[in-house]
Design a protein around this ligand. Structure first.
Ligand SMILES: [Zn+2]
Length: 148
C-alpha cells in the first residue's frame, strides 16, 4: 500500500517530521506499521536516524530492515510542556518520552513515547514492545510495557 504513495504525499501525511531522501523509506514503513531501520549490507552495522552512508564503513549499501520492536528503555523523560500533538495533553500530566534500545539492532536507540502506563512507571530498564497509535490519521510508532 505504501508503495503507491508518492514522495509528495508522504510529506503531506507526516507534517510534523522532516522527511528527506534518506529517511523517506522509514516513514513509508510507518504507513504499513513496519519499523524499518537501516542496516549496512557490508559491515552489518545498524544506524538510526537514516544516513546516506554507513557511519562505520561509509558503504552506500544500506538495507531498510524491519525490526520486531521489542527493546529496553535506555532513557526516560517526562515532558511537562512541548509542541502540541494529537493524543498529547499536558494538562493531564507529564508526557513520557523514551529512547529504547531495540533488540536485534545493536546500537540503535529509537525515541518515542510509552502508552498504557502512568508516567512514574516509565523507567530506565523497563522491557517494552512496539505498538502503533494514530496521529494525524496515520500510524505512529509508540511503545508499551512488555509482559515477561
Ligand atoms: Zn557498514
Amino acid at each position: 500500500m505504501s508503495e503507491s504513495v508518492s514522495d509528495a504525499e508522504l510529506v503531506e501525511r507526516f507534517p510534523w517530521v522532516q522527511i528527506t531522501h534518506d529517511s523517506k523509506f522509514h516513514f513509508r514503513g510507518w504507513l504499513d506499521k513496519q519499523l524499518l531501520i537501516n542496516r549496512c549490507a557490508d559491515c552489518g552495522n545498524w544506524h538510526h536516524p537514516p544516513k546516506p552512508v554507513c557511519p562505520v564503513c561509509w558503504s552506500e549499501n544500506l538495507v531498510p530492515t524491519e525490526v520486531d520492536g521489542t527493546g529496553t528503555i535506555h532513557l526516560a523523560m517526562a515532558l511537562h510542556q512541548g509542541a502540541p500533538a494529537p493524543g498529547v495533553d499536558y494538562a493531564k500530566g507529564p508526557h513520557p518520552v523514551v529512547a529504547v534500545d531495540l533488540d536485534g539492532a545493536d546500537g540503535v536507540r529509537f525515541s518515542s513515547t510509552v502508552i498504557g502506563l502512568p508516567p512514574e512507571e516509565v523507567v530506565i530498564g523497563l522491557p517494552v514492545e512496539l505498538d502503533w497509535v494514530e496521529r494525524y490519521g496515520h500510524p505512529f510508532p509508540v511503545f508499551r510495557k512488555r509482559e515477561a
